[in-house]
Ligand binder design. Structure first.
Ligand code: SF4
Ligand code: SF4
Ligand code: FES
Length: 326
Protein backbone atom coordinates (compact mmCIF):
# COMPACT_ATOMS: atom_id res chain seq x y z
CA UNK A 1 0.00 0.00 0.00
CA UNK A 2 1.05 3.63 -0.56
CA UNK A 3 1.30 6.07 2.30
CA UNK A 4 2.26 9.71 2.49
CA UNK A 5 4.03 11.14 5.51
CA UNK A 6 4.09 14.91 6.01
CA UNK A 7 7.03 15.30 8.35
CA UNK A 8 8.10 18.42 10.23
CA UNK A 9 11.73 19.08 9.37
CA UNK A 10 13.86 21.33 11.52
CA UNK A 11 17.62 21.69 11.52
CA UNK A 12 18.88 24.64 13.57
CA UNK A 13 22.24 24.53 11.79
CA UNK A 14 20.75 24.63 8.29
CA UNK A 15 17.58 26.71 8.66
CA UNK A 16 17.88 28.73 11.87
CA UNK A 17 14.57 28.89 13.72
CA UNK A 18 12.37 27.87 10.75
CA UNK A 19 10.76 24.47 10.41
CA UNK A 20 9.39 23.12 7.14
CA UNK A 21 7.08 20.26 6.16
CA UNK A 22 8.54 17.60 3.88
CA UNK A 23 6.35 15.05 2.15
CA UNK A 24 7.45 11.44 1.59
CA UNK A 25 5.33 8.95 -0.37
CA UNK A 26 6.35 5.32 -0.01
CA UNK A 27 5.16 1.74 -0.40
CA UNK A 28 4.73 -0.04 2.93
CA UNK A 29 3.24 -3.37 4.04
CA UNK A 30 -0.16 -3.15 5.78
CA UNK A 31 1.20 -4.06 9.20
CA UNK A 32 3.63 -1.11 9.26
CA UNK A 33 3.61 1.39 12.09
CA UNK A 34 4.36 5.07 11.56
CA UNK A 35 7.81 4.45 13.08
CA UNK A 36 8.45 1.60 10.60
CA UNK A 37 7.55 3.98 7.77
CA UNK A 38 9.83 6.72 9.14
CA UNK A 39 12.71 4.27 9.46
CA UNK A 40 12.11 3.17 5.87
CA UNK A 41 12.32 6.81 4.78
CA UNK A 42 15.55 7.24 6.70
CA UNK A 43 17.10 4.05 5.35
CA UNK A 44 15.98 4.31 1.73
CA UNK A 45 15.22 7.96 0.87
CA UNK A 46 16.61 10.48 3.28
CA UNK A 47 19.31 9.60 5.82
CA UNK A 48 19.19 13.14 7.19
CA UNK A 49 15.81 12.54 8.88
CA UNK A 50 16.25 12.55 12.68
CA UNK A 51 13.98 10.23 14.64
CA UNK A 52 14.57 8.64 18.06
CA UNK A 53 13.66 5.02 18.76
CA UNK A 54 14.95 1.87 20.37
CA UNK A 55 12.72 -1.09 21.32
CA UNK A 56 10.09 -0.69 18.55
CA UNK A 57 7.71 -2.52 20.90
CA UNK A 58 6.11 0.22 23.06
CA UNK A 59 8.45 -0.49 25.96
CA UNK A 60 11.30 2.03 26.01
CA UNK A 61 9.23 5.20 25.50
CA UNK A 62 11.74 6.81 23.15
CA UNK A 63 9.64 7.19 19.99
CA UNK A 64 6.89 9.56 21.24
CA UNK A 65 5.94 12.13 18.61
CA UNK A 66 2.83 13.95 17.45
CA UNK A 67 0.97 12.00 14.81
CA UNK A 68 -2.13 13.61 13.34
CA UNK A 69 -2.09 16.30 16.05
CA UNK A 70 -1.84 14.01 19.06
CA UNK A 71 1.13 12.62 21.00
CA UNK A 72 1.55 8.90 20.35
CA UNK A 73 4.25 6.26 20.26
CA UNK A 74 5.34 5.90 16.63
CA UNK A 75 5.93 2.18 17.16
CA UNK A 76 2.41 1.62 18.53
CA UNK A 77 0.57 3.57 15.85
CA UNK A 78 -0.41 1.68 12.72
CA UNK A 79 -0.34 3.50 9.37
CA UNK A 80 -3.71 1.96 8.43
CA UNK A 81 -5.33 3.27 11.61
CA UNK A 82 -4.06 6.81 11.02
CA UNK A 83 -4.88 6.82 7.32
CA UNK A 84 -7.55 4.20 6.56
CA UNK A 85 -8.21 5.74 3.12
CA UNK A 86 -4.59 6.56 2.35
CA UNK A 87 -4.83 10.14 3.65
CA UNK A 88 -1.51 11.93 4.35
CA UNK A 89 -0.26 11.44 7.92
CA UNK A 90 1.09 14.50 9.79
CA UNK A 91 4.18 13.75 11.87
CA UNK A 92 5.64 16.36 14.22
CA UNK A 93 7.94 16.42 17.24
CA UNK A 94 6.40 16.36 20.72
CA UNK A 95 5.00 19.65 22.03
CA UNK A 96 6.04 21.66 25.11
CA UNK A 97 9.66 20.63 24.62
CA UNK A 98 12.63 22.11 22.80
CA UNK A 99 13.17 20.53 19.38
CA UNK A 100 16.75 19.45 18.74
CA UNK A 101 16.26 18.27 15.15
CA UNK A 102 13.25 17.06 13.11
CA UNK A 103 11.35 14.66 15.43
CA UNK A 104 13.88 14.62 18.25
CA UNK A 105 13.21 16.77 21.32
CA UNK A 106 15.46 17.61 24.23
CA UNK A 107 14.14 15.67 27.24
CA UNK A 108 15.85 17.87 29.85
CA UNK A 109 12.57 19.58 30.76
CA UNK A 110 10.81 16.24 31.16
CA UNK A 111 13.53 14.66 33.31
CA UNK A 112 14.03 17.83 35.33
CA UNK A 113 10.40 17.70 36.40
CA UNK A 114 10.51 13.98 37.20
CA UNK A 115 13.71 14.41 39.22
CA UNK A 116 12.11 17.29 41.15
CA UNK A 117 9.62 14.92 42.78
CA UNK A 118 12.45 12.69 44.13
CA UNK A 119 11.29 9.59 42.24
CA UNK A 120 12.74 7.00 44.59
CA UNK A 121 11.66 5.32 47.79
CA UNK A 122 12.66 7.09 51.01
CA UNK A 123 11.81 4.42 53.56
CA UNK A 124 10.54 4.92 57.09
CA UNK A 125 12.82 4.19 60.04
CA UNK A 126 15.99 2.08 59.99
CA UNK A 127 16.71 -0.27 57.12
CA UNK A 128 15.24 -3.74 57.60
CA UNK A 129 17.67 -6.61 57.78
CA UNK A 130 16.30 -8.34 54.70
CA UNK A 131 13.74 -6.55 52.54
CA UNK A 132 10.86 -4.10 52.82
CA UNK A 133 7.61 -6.00 53.07
CA UNK A 134 4.35 -4.55 51.76
CA UNK A 135 1.09 -6.43 51.40
CA UNK A 136 -0.21 -7.17 47.90
CA UNK A 137 -3.39 -5.15 48.54
CA UNK A 138 -1.45 -2.05 49.55
CA UNK A 139 0.47 -2.13 46.26
CA UNK A 140 -2.42 -2.75 43.87
CA UNK A 141 -3.23 0.94 43.40
CA UNK A 142 0.41 1.52 42.38
CA UNK A 143 0.24 -0.75 39.36
CA UNK A 144 -1.04 1.97 37.04
CA UNK A 145 1.55 4.66 37.86
CA UNK A 146 4.30 2.03 37.85
CA UNK A 147 3.42 1.28 34.21
CA UNK A 148 4.83 4.65 33.10
CA UNK A 149 7.55 4.25 30.44
CA UNK A 150 8.63 7.91 30.64
CA UNK A 151 7.77 8.60 27.02
CA UNK A 152 6.75 12.24 27.60
CA UNK A 153 3.54 12.04 25.54
CA UNK A 154 1.46 13.44 28.41
CA UNK A 155 3.88 16.34 28.85
CA UNK A 156 3.77 17.01 25.11
CA UNK A 157 0.00 17.54 25.06
CA UNK A 158 -0.55 19.04 28.53
CA UNK A 159 -2.57 22.25 28.16
CA UNK A 160 -1.51 23.62 31.57
CA UNK A 161 2.17 23.27 30.65
CA UNK A 162 1.50 25.08 27.41
CA UNK A 163 0.65 28.25 29.34
CA UNK A 164 2.98 27.79 32.32
CA UNK A 165 6.28 25.96 31.87
CA UNK A 166 6.74 25.91 35.66
CA UNK A 167 3.87 23.45 36.09
CA UNK A 168 5.40 20.21 37.30
CA UNK A 169 3.36 18.31 34.71
CA UNK A 170 1.41 15.05 34.46
CA UNK A 171 4.25 12.49 34.38
CA UNK A 172 6.02 13.93 37.44
CA UNK A 173 2.75 14.22 39.37
CA UNK A 174 1.84 10.62 38.59
CA UNK A 175 5.32 9.64 39.77
CA UNK A 176 4.88 11.66 42.95
CA UNK A 177 1.59 9.87 43.64
CA UNK A 178 3.35 6.53 43.11
CA UNK A 179 5.56 7.27 46.17
CA UNK A 180 2.98 9.11 48.28
CA UNK A 181 0.73 6.06 48.10
CA UNK A 182 3.54 3.55 48.70
CA UNK A 183 3.18 2.25 52.26
CA UNK A 184 6.96 1.84 52.57
CA UNK A 185 7.73 5.51 51.88
CA UNK A 186 8.42 7.77 54.84
CA UNK A 187 8.31 11.14 53.07
CA UNK A 188 4.65 11.33 52.06
CA UNK A 189 3.92 14.48 54.04
CA UNK A 190 6.95 16.34 52.68
CA UNK A 191 6.05 15.23 49.15
CA UNK A 192 2.48 16.46 49.61
CA UNK A 193 3.70 19.80 50.96
CA UNK A 194 5.69 20.35 47.76
CA UNK A 195 2.82 19.26 45.51
CA UNK A 196 0.50 21.62 47.40
CA UNK A 197 2.56 24.63 46.28
CA UNK A 198 2.24 26.75 43.14
CA UNK A 199 2.94 24.67 39.98
CA UNK A 200 1.95 21.47 41.78
CA UNK A 201 -1.17 19.31 41.93
CA UNK A 202 -3.65 22.20 41.94
CA UNK A 203 -2.39 23.70 38.68
CA UNK A 204 -3.80 20.89 36.53
CA UNK A 205 -6.83 22.17 34.61
CA UNK A 206 -8.36 18.68 34.30
CA UNK A 207 -8.40 18.90 30.52
CA UNK A 208 -8.03 15.10 30.25
CA UNK A 209 -5.39 15.23 27.48
CA UNK A 210 -2.81 13.27 29.47
CA UNK A 211 -5.33 10.48 30.03
CA UNK A 212 -6.18 10.45 26.36
CA UNK A 213 -2.60 10.27 25.05
CA UNK A 214 -0.87 8.05 27.62
CA UNK A 215 0.01 4.80 25.79
CA UNK A 216 0.24 2.82 29.03
CA UNK A 217 -3.02 3.67 30.80
CA UNK A 218 -1.29 5.57 33.61
CA UNK A 219 -4.09 8.17 33.46
CA UNK A 220 -1.98 10.91 35.09
CA UNK A 221 -4.97 13.20 35.69
CA UNK A 222 -6.64 10.54 37.84
CA UNK A 223 -3.43 10.18 39.83
CA UNK A 224 -3.35 13.97 40.27
CA UNK A 225 -6.90 13.91 41.64
CA UNK A 226 -5.79 11.22 44.12
CA UNK A 227 -2.84 13.38 45.14
CA UNK A 228 -5.26 16.24 45.80
CA UNK A 229 -7.30 13.99 48.03
CA UNK A 230 -4.20 12.99 49.96
CA UNK A 231 -3.37 16.70 50.34
CA UNK A 232 -6.85 17.46 51.70
CA UNK A 233 -6.83 14.42 53.99
CA UNK A 234 -3.50 15.61 55.39
CA UNK A 235 -5.24 18.85 56.39
CA UNK A 236 -3.25 21.07 53.99
CA UNK A 237 -6.22 23.20 53.06
CA UNK A 238 -4.96 26.75 53.32
CA UNK A 239 -4.09 27.16 49.66
CA UNK A 240 -5.85 28.85 46.72
CA UNK A 241 -6.04 25.43 45.05
CA UNK A 242 -7.99 23.81 47.84
CA UNK A 243 -10.19 26.88 48.39
CA UNK A 244 -10.95 26.95 44.66
CA UNK A 245 -12.19 23.35 44.71
CA UNK A 246 -14.17 23.86 47.94
CA UNK A 247 -15.81 27.03 46.59
CA UNK A 248 -16.68 25.26 43.34
CA UNK A 249 -18.39 22.41 45.20
CA UNK A 250 -20.18 24.80 47.58
CA UNK A 251 -21.52 26.86 44.71
CA UNK A 252 -22.80 23.88 42.72
CA UNK A 253 -24.37 22.35 45.83
CA UNK A 254 -26.05 25.62 46.75
CA UNK A 255 -27.40 26.77 43.40
CA UNK A 256 -26.81 23.95 40.89
CA UNK A 257 -24.19 25.91 38.94
CA UNK A 258 -20.95 27.80 39.29
CA UNK A 259 -20.68 31.24 40.87
CA UNK A 260 -17.51 32.76 39.38
CA UNK A 261 -17.69 35.83 41.63
CA UNK A 262 -17.48 33.72 44.79
CA UNK A 263 -14.93 31.45 43.15
CA UNK A 264 -12.42 34.29 42.64
CA UNK A 265 -12.97 35.80 46.09
CA UNK A 266 -12.86 32.45 47.92
CA UNK A 267 -9.79 31.19 46.02
CA UNK A 268 -7.59 34.24 46.51
CA UNK A 269 -9.06 35.43 49.82
CA UNK A 270 -11.18 38.59 50.14
CA UNK A 271 -8.23 40.71 51.35
CA UNK A 272 -5.80 39.61 48.66
CA UNK A 273 -6.25 42.76 46.62
CA UNK A 274 -3.38 42.27 44.13
CA UNK A 275 -4.70 38.86 43.08
CA UNK A 276 -8.33 40.01 43.00
CA UNK A 277 -7.34 43.00 40.88
CA UNK A 278 -5.55 40.65 38.47
CA UNK A 279 -8.94 38.99 37.86
CA UNK A 280 -10.59 42.38 37.18
CA UNK A 281 -10.28 42.37 33.35
CA UNK A 282 -12.04 39.01 33.23
CA UNK A 283 -14.72 40.28 35.65
CA UNK A 284 -15.30 43.40 33.56
CA UNK A 285 -15.78 41.28 30.42
CA UNK A 286 -18.34 39.13 32.24
CA UNK A 287 -20.10 42.23 33.55
CA UNK A 288 -20.35 43.75 30.06
CA UNK A 289 -21.91 40.55 28.73
CA UNK A 290 -24.36 40.36 31.65
CA UNK A 291 -22.72 37.17 32.92
CA UNK A 292 -21.37 38.35 36.27
CA UNK A 293 -23.13 36.29 38.95
CA UNK A 294 -24.32 37.94 42.18
CA UNK A 295 -22.32 36.90 45.25
CA UNK A 296 -23.26 34.29 47.90
CA UNK A 297 -26.93 33.60 48.66
CA UNK A 298 -28.03 36.12 45.99
CA UNK A 299 -26.78 33.82 43.23
CA UNK A 300 -29.74 32.61 41.19
CA UNK A 301 -30.57 28.94 41.70
CA UNK A 302 -31.06 26.62 38.72
CA UNK A 303 -34.22 24.55 38.46
CA UNK A 304 -33.54 21.11 39.96
CA UNK A 305 -30.65 22.32 42.13
CA UNK A 306 -32.02 20.27 45.06
CA UNK A 307 -31.36 17.08 43.03
CA UNK A 308 -27.74 18.12 42.47
CA UNK A 309 -27.32 18.80 46.20
CA UNK A 310 -28.79 15.37 46.97
CA UNK A 311 -26.44 13.69 44.48
CA UNK A 312 -23.43 15.43 45.98
CA UNK A 313 -24.40 14.36 49.50
CA UNK A 314 -24.80 10.77 48.31
CA UNK A 315 -21.39 10.87 46.61
CA UNK A 316 -19.76 12.20 49.78
CA UNK A 317 -21.21 9.29 51.76
CA UNK A 318 -19.90 6.82 49.16
CA UNK A 319 -16.27 8.02 49.19
CA UNK A 320 -14.14 4.83 49.36
CA UNK A 321 -11.49 4.37 52.02
CA UNK A 322 -8.16 5.46 50.54
CA UNK A 323 -5.45 2.95 49.71
CA UNK A 324 -1.91 3.51 51.01
CA UNK A 325 -0.67 3.80 54.53
CA UNK A 326 -0.53 7.57 55.03
S1 SF4 B 1 -5.42 16.87 32.87
FE1 SF4 B 1 -4.01 18.26 33.92
S2 SF4 B 1 -1.99 17.29 33.82
FE2 SF4 B 1 -3.35 16.24 32.35
S3 SF4 B 1 -2.93 17.26 30.41
FE3 SF4 B 1 -4.69 18.32 31.33
S4 SF4 B 1 -3.80 20.01 32.54
FE4 SF4 B 1 -2.11 18.62 32.03
S1 SF4 C 1 2.37 8.90 32.20
FE1 SF4 C 1 1.98 7.83 30.25
S2 SF4 C 1 2.28 9.43 28.69
FE2 SF4 C 1 3.18 10.21 30.57
S3 SF4 C 1 5.34 9.66 30.44
FE3 SF4 C 1 4.31 7.99 31.53
S4 SF4 C 1 3.74 6.50 29.97
FE4 SF4 C 1 4.24 8.39 28.90
S1 FES D 1 10.68 2.56 20.11
FE1 FES D 1 10.49 1.99 22.22
S2 FES D 1 8.53 2.72 22.71
FE2 FES D 1 8.63 3.04 20.57
Amino acid sequence: MKTTLQVNRYDPEASGEKSTVQEYTLDVPEHYTVLDALIQVREQDDPSLAVRCSCRAAICGSCAMRINDQARLGCKTRVTVMAPKGEPIRVEPMGNQHVVKDLVVDLDLFWGKVRAVQPYLQPKGPEPEEEYIASNESMLNLLTPMGCIMCGACVSDCTALEVDKNFIGPAALAKSYRFVADPRDGQARQRLEVMNEYAGAWDCTRCYMCVEVCPKGVAPMDRIMELREHIMDAGMTNTPGYRHVASFARSVEHSGWLNETDLAVDSWGRFNLPKLLSEAPFGIKMLMRGKMPLPGPLHKKRPGHENIARLMKRLERKQPAKAGAH
